[in-house]
Structure formats: C-alpha cells, structure tokens
Design a protein around this ligand. Structure first.
Ligand code: NAD
Length: 378
C-alpha cells in the first residue's frame, strides 16, 4: 500500500468515501485488513432516561467509530419507540432481567450504563462479565468499594472501562489542560470551580432519594467541580475541608443541597469549589503567575465559552457526547489513550468520600493520598 496507510484506507472505507475507486486501484491482499480497524463499534445504552434520550442517542447518529446498536430498558413501551426511531432490531433489545444474554450478541461491543447511580456497579460488572467494554456514567458508583469492584471486573474480563466524563473530549476543556500542562501563564496559584443548578422538579425524583443517588449535589454536579479543580491544576489534591449549607430542608430531605470545599495541592495551589442543587453557577477560573484562564460555562453540554488573559477562546462547537463516545471507541480500536479511565472515577469517589467525612467532622481537614498520576487520562 504505497500512498495510503492501511488505517487511512480503512477510515475511508468506514466513511464510504471513494471506497470503490480506492479498492479498484489496490492489490486484493490490501483489502483484507484487520476487521477491527474497519468496524464501527456497536453501543448498547442501558437506561433510556433523559440523558440517553436527548443527548447520547442523538449523538450516536453522528459518531464515526461507534453507533447505537442496542438498548436495555425496564420500560417495555420504550422498546417499539426506540426500535422505530433508530432501526434497532428486536434481537438487540434487552430488559434488566435478560440483560446477561447480551454476552451472545456480537453486534454489541460496548455497554453504556446510564442508570440511577445505585445501579451503576451492578450493570457495569454484569456488562464486563458478558465480555463487553464498559462506559459508566458519573458518579461511578455509590462508594469506593463499588468502584474497585467495577475496575476489577473489567480487568478480569479483559475489557476496557471508561467514565462518561464527556468534557475530556471537549475542546475548551482540552485547551485549559494544555495551558496548565505547558505552563503558558506560569504556575497555577488559585483555582475555583462551581457546578450547580436549582432543582425545582418533583421531590420524588431519584436524585433526591439517597438509596438511588448515593448523595445530593456533590455526587451529581460536584463531580464536575472536582474534575475542574484537577484538570485546572494538573494535580491531584492532598487534602480537603468542606462545609454543607441547607436552606430548603423540606425539599432536600435526604440529600445535600449546597457544599463548599477547599483543597490543598502539593505544589501549593489553593483550590476552592461550590456545588449545589439550589444555586445556579457553572464556572472554572484559574489564576496563574502571569495570567489567568476562565471557562463560563465550564460543564454544560454545549456551548462552553472561555477566555484567558490573552483573549477570547474560540473553538468549533460539536456534540460533546459524540466526541466522548468516539474517543472511547478509538481507544478500543486503535489503542489511543483512555481519556477518562475507571481509576479517574474511583479517585473522584475517594474525594467525594473525604468531603462527606469532613462535613461529618465539622469541616476538619481530610488528607488525600494519591500517586501524582493516579486517575489521569491521556
Ligand atoms: P433519568 O431519571 O432521566 O433516567 C433514569 C433512567 O433509569 C430512566 O430510564 C428510568 O426508567 C431508569 N430507571 C431504572 N430503575 C430506576 C429506578 N429505580 N428509579 C428511577 N429510574 C430508574 O436520569 P438521567 O438524567 O438519564 O441520568 C442517568 C445517569 O446518567 C445518572 O447516573 C446521571 O448522573 C448520568 N448523567 C450524566 C450526564 C453527563 O453529562 N455525563 C448527564 C445526565 C445524566
């Protein structure tokens, strides 16, 4: 294959761009390439709630390296609707009871767990045992032990594990990571992150039910603020102190409403975060030796916006979910870095546990002990 590498050739085949012309001009043995390289990976979404319906399934219509191959739902009425909307064959539709039979389905390469948090570990582990690669939504699980169980199950089964942390594939976030890594503005001195919205929905929603959610604002939006602080400094924190605020106790009966926390980092960066189910805020700001960066909003779906002390940032706006799922598929197909590995989800769960422990102990500082590279993706 002289002018085209095998990968370029396969990419063109996958996209159907000029495949016939190219194939006609190549010796026959060049066409028989590694089938894994040609294939789009099949994803099965488990849980067809708001996120699957309005973000993931539409994004999967545009992905280049994966596609919506199957669904797993506990609501029979959704089966026909999704089958009609997305041309999903009956054999690729499962419920929570017969889910394990997915092991025999060659159309499904990746299981994407998009269920209430209390169900993440069970379905991620079952998916791994079925021999499928796993994407697990945030927060990874209910506690650190469950995170370990998911990581171990994926290792034992030899399958890949990625978190649904879409921002690692998003260009504004990637730019912040680059600015920090390359020390464009010198050392980072201070980072503050806010990830919060005002919840006015049904008080019976699962997010307010601790048995299903595992916590309140912290496990839901707080994960974004924790993530922001870490990629905004390029470091894992070494300690955290936290406070909880409650103004609507009748609505937030079981779960935290608003939490603030302060972090220390090895290099001396001071970190600050706020997360809430009662306040609207969405921002990441970093003050550095010779300048600053800011994303506002920093973690909404689209569009993010940002600026630095050098001026406005301006990147193409694309579906973050499309970019995220393609990045995970490329990790499987082409061994590119896993941008959000399971260890990253576990690290964040350890920080969440430390924040709750600090609150329980009147704001006492909790030590955190990570290897410097622990949890970082590519
Ligand atoms: P949702 O409430 O809209 O959907 C939940 C789905 O789970 C529904 O299809 C529901 O039928 C099903 N379900 C099964 N058992 C249930 C039970 N016992 N109680 C309630 N629902 C049950 O939730 P969502 O917004 O789609 O969130 C699902 C997961 O995705 C959560 O873990 C959430 O944190 C995560 N999420 C991530 C992002 C992101 O940007 N990465 C965005 C939204 C949600």
């Amino acid at each position: 294959m002289s002018k085209l590498s095998r990968r370029q050739f396969n990419t063109k085949l996958t996209k159907g761009v000029g495949a016939a012309t190219i194939a006609a001009s190549l010796p026959i043995n060049c066409i028989v390439a590694n089938p894994m390289e040609k294939k789009k990976l099949g994803i099965a979404l488990v849980g067809l709630g708001g996120y699957s319906t309005y973000q993931l399934a539409p994004a999967l219509q545009d992905t280049e390296h994966c596609y919506l191959a199957g669904i797993v739902t506990g609501t029979p009425a959704k089966e026909q609707v999704w089958s009609d909307n997305y041309g999903i064959p009956k054999k690729n539709i499962y419920n929570y009871g017969n889910f394990d039979e997915i092991a025999n389905n060659e159309d499904i390469d990746i299981v994407y767990v998009v269920l209430p948090n209390s169900m993440h570990a069970d379905f991620s582990i079952r998916a791994a045992k079925a021999g499928k690669h796993v994407i697990c939504e945030k927060p990874m699980a209910m506690n650190v032990a469950e995170c370990d169980a998911i990581i171990d199950a994926c290792k034992d089964a030899g399958v890949k594990l990625g978190m649904g942390y879409r921002l690692h594939s998003e260009p504004y976030t990637q730019e912040v990571k680059r600015l920090v890594k390359e020390k464009t503005f010198g050392k980072v001195n201070y980072v503050t992150a806010e990830a919060a919205y005002r919840s006015l929905g049904s008080p019976n929603q699962w997010r307010l039910d601790k048995k299903l959610s595992g916590g309140g604002a912290l496990v839901n939006m707080g994960v974004y603020a924790i993530q922001s602080l870490i990629y905004g400094t390029g470091e894992n924190p070494i300690s955290v102190s936290a406070q909880e605020f409650s103004t609507r106790p009748k609505y937030f009966k079981e779960t935290d409403e608003t939490i603030t926390a302060q972090f220390e980092f090895e290099s001396g960066v001071v970190g600050n975060m706020m997360t809430s189910h009662n306040i609207r805020a969405n921002r990441l700001f970093g003050s550095c030796e010779r300048g600053w960066y800011e994303l506002d909003p920093a973690s909404t779906y689209i569009p993010l916006a940002g600026r630095t002390s050098n001026g406005e940032l301006n990147f193409e706006q694309e579906s973050q979910q499309k970019l995220q799922m393609d990045d995970f598929a490329k990790h499987i197909l082409f061994d590119t870095p896993n941008l959000a590995p399971g260890e990253m989800g576990k690290r964040d769960m350890m920080i969440i546990a430390a924040i709750y422990a600090s609150i329980k102990n009147g704001g006492a500082k909790q030590s955190l002990n990570f290897e410097p590279s622990y949890g970082f993706g590519g």
